[in-house]
Write a protein that binds this ligand. Sequence first.
Ligand code: MN
Length: 148
Amino acid sequence: MSLNLYKKKRNFKTTPEPSGELKPSQESRFVVQKHKATHLHYDFRLELDGALKSWAVPKEPPTEPGIRRLAVAVEDHPVDYISFEGTIPKGEYGAGTVQIWDRGTFDLKERTEKVLSFILHGNKLQGDYRLVNFKEKNWLLFRVNPKK
Ligand code: MN
């Protein structure tokens, strides 16, 4: 886990985004940031290993079971990014506006290289969710049907 790629992509003299360091913590928080960049997308981030594991989701994350969203793994972000909202200036990586769409905590149920299972406790996203890696950086994000 490293933030090298995150730092390499950004100029912190220009962008208001946090430079940040790895911050090991006992917390398990998540955030979804609506990012109006070249293409509107939703950045889904889970606090793991002192950083935010991040995926770019081209459409709104599902609140109900039955909808699967593509989630493309992107570079780890610093934990301080969890509260970031603002405008990334033109010419910078990810130029556009970032707005928190949902946030909360999660309980991690399972973690392998290809599967993350967790329960989200957010305002919009609540319940059993899964991220499944199917090809390279491509994952599927979906809510799992509650067990009957
Ligand atoms: Mn983004």
